[in-house]
Design a protein around this ligand. Structure first.
Ligand SMILES: *Cc1c(COP(=O)(O)O)cnc(C)c1O
Length: 217
């Protein structure tokens, strides 16, 4: 696979779903990948990337930002409140807003900094104990709470359980978004992004299918 293969598959999936061309943003997930692979994708002109960890991202992206214009960086991994300030400085979007304390911290920082990344609220659609995200039954209230804090809530994000049919989770996320008037849907990874696009994904997070398998860290 390559960047070109993935962008072609995204275009085809948009078309199959009757979606407008370019309506899906590809977030190239570069976590744990060697810098040379990331640079190769930057040199092919791609600018939108996803990282899991604030600290890892701080180690590589300031340099890349000096050499490539227009980089758009998305945090897709869990965020601790004590890393919120660093995350606000580095990222253009945060996909993992999942609890009131974090939302309050982000809102306070947004006031202080006078700017705020796009926010996605993570929903634990599979209600898994070990997974982050607000429970589906609490999602409506938490979305309103975030909006009440003036956070720019762009949409919702989910990571389906590995052993379940992802489409059910994508459909649930889309339903929660629709009833809350949100149109951003961050869902779909290497193995299922076409399915996610068919169900309304606006942001797909694709790592290994672009960069190759992640080197064990
Ligand atoms: C690693 C990761 C991805 C990308 O996974 P691939 O299977 O390599 O495409 C997407 N979303 C999140 C939240 C991730 O942590």
């Amino acid at each position: 696979m390559s960047l070109h293969d993935i962008t072609t598959r995204i275009s085809n999936a948009e078309q199959d779903a009757g979606r407008a061309p370019g309506s899906v943003t590809l977030i190239a997930v570069s976590k744990v990948q060697p810098n040379a692979r990331v640079q190769a994708v930057l040199e092919q002109g791609h600018r939108c990337f996803g990282e899991n960890r604030v600290q890892e991202a701080e180690g590589k992206w300031p340099d890349f930002k000096q050499h490539f214009n227009g980089i758009n960086l998305h945090l897709i991994g869990p965020l601790q409140s004590n890393k919120a300030r660093a995350a606000m400085a580095l990222f253009d979007a945060i996909h993992t807003v999942d609890r009131p304390k974090l939302a309050t911290t982000l809102a306070r920082l947004a006031q202080e900094l006078g700017r705020c990344p796009d926010m996605f609220i993570q929903v634990n659609t599979g209600e898994e104990d070990q997974k982050a995200g607000v429970m589906p039954a609490q999602a409506d209230a938490f979305i309103k709470e975030c909006q009440g804090l003036d956070l720019p809530v762009r949409g919702l994000m989910c990571i389906p359980p590995v052993d379940e049919e992802a489409a059910l989770h994508f459909a649930l996320l889309a339903k929660i978004a629709a009833r809350n008037g949100l149109d951003g849907l961050s869902m779909g990874m290497s193995s299922d992004f076409e399915k996610a696009i068919a169900l309304g994904a606006t942001h797909v997070r694709v790592g290994s299918a672009i960069f190759g398998e992640r080197v064990a860290s």
